[in-house]
Design a protein around this ligand. Structure first.
Ligand code: HEM
Length: 476
């Protein structure tokens, strides 16, 4: 009763946003599935409205399920809605440098400015030749060994980020700079959810001494800390070495380190830490979108044929597509857009948090609330995207045949001040990979069973495709 009265006083009598009725103590835990949460939230929003609230062990979680609500709160009230919830396990691992989970404070502002500047569309253009060259290598890897296409894609994600960030050429399949980045991404995912490890539920466990074998998180924290140090500093050491021996390749690290040259002492050290942290956060998942593209194409062979016709008409099968071809490939461009809409790889973006109490449309949203933007609900809104579950690139084609820009599609990359700074780079990668794959391969169901929904990728259509790839790869 005491807690209920205190809670009601704090709200000044205003209600929380509507939602399913919470049970005492556990709240709505039983309403929240561990998988496909976005589908459940979309379903709840149909009953309760586009802004809903849930209660989890006394903590309020708000979900925004429409573009109107995400614009009103994440954009117009960005000063209040751009923090991140704390993750005790990540704090134990000293991952405060990871931009995507950094609190809305000075370090985030500095590292975010660096990433926005480095990854803006105009700067992305500088790195296009590299993206194109690495895509050609992907084609030849798939050509040599089509069964392992997933492995090749995974590998390319590491190759691209290390080249972009540090001008580093990955050496072979087990390059430690790639494996360490994969390990930290995996560990981050496994320990991020509020219920993933006990210390996230009961943060006081951080203080349990190391000699208590099962309850101590210190060995795991030490492992996470070590991985973090490697991801942050080892590629930077590589860049410094290559600068001193005159072999440094163009990269975001080089560009940003050059700007710190005029600083000295502590100021320089701080600026270099921001560079290391910001670039260390860049290792992200571009592969899942490309995998969704494979599924979409397997389910829609007609779309593959239509895109190949568009490509063949333009290149006359005499060359591979390039970035310059994009305006002349509206259907391929529309496929990339539809991949992002149809299967957004982060359907609930990343959780935001509020920095102060706030009232929206008469509903009370307390300071420290976790606020989820439901990209899935927005991108599957049947009014904006009729038959939303179908893969229909045509929805992004204008009546005059050109590709249609859709600002709502940016929801696939999150919201407001925290929107993904890598989105232009991802957009370019997706285009060049999709266009290149479709121009030389047929993606079809294989005869054997593959780990990916029982399907695979066929050998190239004919000799010309093999020759095209080989010729292009050899010139680099
Ligand atoms: C298909 C690929 C990708 C998707 C779908 C994606 C999506 C997202 C989403 C949804 C967020 C959270 C936005 C929010 O909180 O509202 C995010 C954050 C972020 N992304 Fe991406 N991302 C992708 C690839 C990349 C790449 C390649 C990079 C780097 C080059 C990158 C760098 C970041 C960073 C640094 C943040 C944290 C931003 C912040 O908290 O201020 N992402 N991304």
């Amino acid at each position: 009763a005491f807690l209920a009265i205190r809670d009601s006083r704090r709200r000044g009598g205003l209600p929380y946003p509507p939602g399913p009725r919470p049970l005492p103590f556990i709240g709505n835990v039983r309403d929240l599935p561990t998988e496909f949460l976005w589908l459940k939230l979309t379903e709840l929003s149909k009953k309760h409205g586009d802004i809903i609230s849930l209660h989890v062990f006394g903590q309020v979680v708000v979900a925004l399920n429409s573009i109107k609500a995400t614009k009103a709160l994440f954009e117009s009230r960005g000063e209040i809605y751009s923090d991140r919830p704390t993750i005790p396990m990540h704090e134990l691992m000293e991952w405060q440098w990871v931009v995507s989970s950094a609190r809305y404070a000075e370090y985030w502002r500095q590292s975010r400015r660096l990433l926005d500047r480095s990854l803006r569309p105009a700067a992305a253009a500088v790195y296009r030749p590299m993206q194109q060259a690495k895509t050609r290598v992907l084609l030849s890897d798939i050509l040599a060994n089509p069964d392992d296409w997933e492995v090749h894609l995974e590998h390319m994600a590491g190759v691209l980020i290390l080249a972009l960030g540090y001008g580093y050429e990955v050496k072979g399949r087990n390059d430690p700079k790639v494996t360490v980045a994969q390990k930290i991404t995996k560990l981050g995912g496994e320990t991020a959810l509020p219920t993933a490890v006990l210390v996230n539920v009961f943060p006081f466990l951080q203080h349990i001494p190391e000699w208590l074998p099962w309850l101590s998180y210190k060995p795991l924290a030490r492992y996470g800390r070590e991985l973090g140090q490697q991801v942050m500093y080892e590629p930077m050491s590589f860049v410094r070495e290559s600068i001193s021996n005159g072999t440094a390749q163009p990269s975001l690290a080089l560009e940003n380190l050059q700007q710190t040259e005029k600083l000295s002492g502590l100021e320089r050290e701080k600026a270099e830490n921001v560079i290391a942290g910001a670039l260390g956060t860049m290792y992200s998942d571009t592969v899942s979108s490309i995998m969704s593209f494979f599924v979409a194409i397997l389910l829609n062979p007609d779309i593959q044929r239509k895109a190949q016709k568009e490509l063949d008409t333009l290149t006359r099968r005499e060359r591979l597509p390039t970035f310059e071809d994009r305006p002349d490939l509206p259907f391929v461009d529309a496929i990339c857009k539809e991949v992002l809409r149809w299967r957004p790889i982060t359907p609930l973006a990343l959780p935001h948090a509020t920095t102060q109490d706030n009232v929206y449309e008469g509903f009370f949203i307390p300071k420290g609330t976790m606020v989820l933007g439901n990209s899935w609900a927005i991108l599957h809104d049947p009014v904006m995207y009729p038959e939303p579950d179908l893969f229909k690139p045509e929805r992004f084609i204008n009546p005059d045949g050109s590709s249609r820009d859709d600002p709502v599609l940016a929801s696939a990359f999150g919201f407001g001040k925290r929107i993904c700074p890598g989105r232009h780079f991802v957009d370019a990668t997706l285009f060049i990979v999709v266009a290149s794959l479709l121009s030389v391969f047929n993606i079809e169901k294989g005869l054997e069973s593959f780990p990916f929904v029982g399907s695979g990728i066929s050998r190239p259509k004919d000799k010309t495709a093999e020759e095209l790839i080989a010729a292009d790869v050899l010139t680099r």
